[in-house]
Design a protein. Structure first.
Length: 315
């Protein structure tokens, strides 16, 4: 069967179509030759610039109509409404992205394609992909943190994606400033959240250059690790995840991983007694096993789960 996936970002919309074997719906499915992950082969993908909703969504609908998919999953930039009892379920809500506030993502595709549509945040989609097929496979709890243009945190807790009152906004946890940091912060809402102090735009504004041009400046990454480690320590203490996956453009700077890991151990200061922290932190705080694909594979998984729910209701 064909399942569609959308990794919906503020800059681009990645749309894909995957061939999904029936066995992929079961935990014991084994990967066959040529498949991207067990039971899943991505047949096609395109990237569409995120322009105004009418133009962008129209192009996306036209793409999926060519494939006759049976379900669709969307991992979307936010904030979004995930409450199925809400009148605005499936909408992007109060985003600063011009033109996209209260855009009906789920309704647009349900009406145009007449198929079940799964929906969650982009980072929840990514953590779902990693829990299903990647670095957190077999974990009952895990978090996925992306540090790029912004900071997002997806939370998988007690065997399911965490929503709550709205959904986690871990990119805005408040931090203690580095003693040498005089930068005002990039976030328009908070002076000292991780997004405002450690996302790509903050690095560029603070140091006057793109992150990839600063790789040899130790002081840049010591400060960055200081902020990332604070947030990760907070997530460990709040969620007690079995795996922490860090990614995004900023995390492509290789020295950040060992620096952040050591700072996390320092900040925990022996309080959390567990071998993953004390002895195996290199296997605890890791990059994604799915490379650049956790978001799109997670979106496909959202589509699969929604198809299952729809099939049970129809039965």
């Amino acid at each position: 069967m064909l399942i569609g996936g959308i990794e919906a970002g503020g800059t681009k919309m990645v749309c894909s179509v995957a061939n999904v074997r029936v066995e992929a719906f079961f935990a014991d499915c084994r990967r066959e030759e040529g498949e991207d992950v067990a039971g899943i082969k991505i047949l096609d993908r395109i990237s569409i610039p995120t322009r105004q909703p009418e133009e962008t969504l129209g192009e996306m609908v036209a793409y999926f109509k060519k494939w006759e998919i049976q379900a669709l999953g969307i991992g979307c930039f936010g904030p979004v409404d995930l409450n199925k009892k809400s009148a605005t379920y499936g909408h992007i809500t109060s985003t600063p992205k011009p033109g996209w506030a209260y855009c009906d993502m789920v309704g647009t595709f349900e009406k145009a394609l007449d198929i079940p549509v799964g929906f969650d945040t982009d980072v929840n989609g990514a953590v779902l992909g990693e829990v299903t097929w990647g670095a957190a496979k077999g974990c009952d709890s895990a978090i996925y943190i992306t540090i790029g243009t912004g900071v997002g945190v997806g939370v998988y807790c007690n065997g399911g994606l965490l929503h709550g009152m709205v959904h986690p906004e871990g990119g805005h946890v408040l931090l203690t400033r580095h003693p040498k940091d005089t930068y005002k912060g990039h976030c328009p809402f908070h002076e000292n959240c991780i997004e405002g102090l450690a996302a790509g735009p903050a690095v560029e504004e603070r140091w006057g250059d793109k992150a990839y041009n600063l790789v040899d400046r130790k002081e840049v990454w010591e400060m960055e690790a200081y902020y990332i480690a604070q947030a990760v320590t907070d997530y460990i203490l709040c969620y007690s995840p079995e795996k922490i996956i860090l990614w995004g453009g900023v995390m492509h700077v290789q020295q950040l991983f060992p620096m952040a890991r050591e700072k996390v151990k320092e900040l925990l200061n022996g309080y959390v007694h567990h071998p993953m922290v004390e002895e195996n932190i290199n296997q605890y705080i890791v990059p994604p096993a799915l490379g650049e694909d956790p978001g799109i594979l997670g979106a496909i998984r959202l589509g699969m789960l929604e198809y299952e729910r729809w099939s049970e209701e129809e039965a």
